[in-house]
Design a protein around this ligand. Structure first.
Ligand code: PLP
Length: 348
């Protein structure tokens, strides 16, 4: 199989926008090519030059941390950008479809809907595991991407590694995307290390969760260099601005801080889980920074908390999540307030 067989021919042929600085990569020079302001920015900071469209400095640093080549990395304005582009480059509108495994992250369906791409669903089991038979039965010739979210949002668990690999191997002509937004919190290894073996595999990660940079909007896709080249053709030329690239570079020197946050959040998660036990009907096992919890009178509890300005996520109408609320792990103080308010609700 050729990896470009996964891609719609129009994108293989597409000539992308050629930015002014594509012809010259040096830092020094007299730059009279991009119609920029030669002095400075009106704010006094130096934002007057266009940023690197391929973010090479960031990718070189990130590549070392992740054990991949810079050419295997796509950086986007949040991982949502990667999700959108991946659907665009593989699925012809009104013809093709993607397979999702609900309950799962909502953006896969939204991006498909926006592009008039169909959705096939292969629900997880009652305990939020992959059912390979359901997956195999739900795939048809028009299915171009299989989306697997692990650890899964909203259930929080990591999906069975062998089942995922079985799917990747069984469908070499379809793209399998493993969304690892929560991988930093998981004891399971990343699928990034499998990329060299499976050209149809794409791994998505984000700086929004463990790294604490949701406000900057930085998501990543790791894939075969040929797929990354196509993503680079369809993205906006300057999709990560100069400030964001600078902050990303800075953050990549601080992986230890991320690891410290992760440890602290995991300890707080275990505490919160213990404290919730007497109040909940069921707490689902989590490998992430959230807990999916089944409560008695869940909907009323959700609204009571909202009235008390404690905001959690109502998942009660999501498939397999009857009476379930999703709780993000907060600080010790925030978790304490949450627990007090839940206790208050059940005493009434
Ligand atoms: C939070 C989340 C993301 C991250 O999206 P960004 O656009 O990078 O902030 C991606 N996938 C899943 C499953 C998530 O829960």
């Amino acid at each position: 199989m050729e990896v470009l067989d996964l891609i719609r021919p129009i994108f293989v042929k597409l000539t992308p926008y050629s930015s002014a600085r594509d012809e010259y990569s040096g830092k020094e020079g007299v730059f009279l090519d991009a119609n920029e302001n030669p002095f400075s920015s009106v704010t006094g900071e130096s934002f007057n030059r266009y940023p690197d469209p391929y973010q090479w400095a960031c990718k070189e640093k990130l590549a070392k941390i992740k054990g991949v080549k810079p050419e295997q990395i796509f950086l986007g304005n949040g991982s949502d950008e990667a999700i959108d582009h991946l659907i665009r480059i593989t699925c012809t509108p009104k013809e093709d479809n993607i397979l999702i495994l609900p309950p799962t992250y909502g953006m896969y369906k939204v991006c498909a809907d926006i592009q008039e791409v169909g959705i096939q669903e292969a629900p997880l089991t009652e305990d939020f595991e992959i059912d390979p038979d359901t997956v195999f039965d739900s795939i048809n010739t028009a299915t171009k991407i299989i989306w697997i979210c692990s650890p899964n949002n909203p259930s929080g668990n990591s999906l069975d590694r062998e089942a995922i690999l079985q799917i990747v191997k069984a469908f070499p002509h379809k793209m399998v995307v493993v969304d690892e937004a929560y991988v930093d919190f998981s004891s399971e290894p990343s699928f990034i290390q499998e990329l060299d073996k499976y050209p149809n595999l794409v791994v998505i990660q984000t700086f929004s969760k463990a790294w604490g940079m949701a406000g900057l909007r930085i998501g990543t896709a790791y894939a075969h260099p040929e797929i990354i080249k196509i993503l680079n053709k369809v993205k906006y030329p300057y999709n990560l601005n100069q400030l964001t690239q600078a902050k990303l570079l800075e953050s990549l020197d601080k992986e230890e801080q991320k690891n410290t946050y992760v440890k602290e959040i995991l300890a707080l998660r275990d505490q919160l889980e213990e404290s919730l036990k007497p109040l909940a009907e069921k707490i689902f096992p989590s490998q992430s920074n959230m807990l999916l919890v089944r409560f008695k009178d869940a909907k009323a509890l959700f609204h009571y908390l909202l009235g008390q300005k404690v905001i959690i996520r109502d998942r009660t109408s999501v498939i397999l999540c009857k009476d379930c609320l999703r709780i993000t792990i907060g600080t010790a103080e925030e978790n304490k307030i949450l627990l007090e308010k839940i206790e208050e609700f059940y005493k009434k």
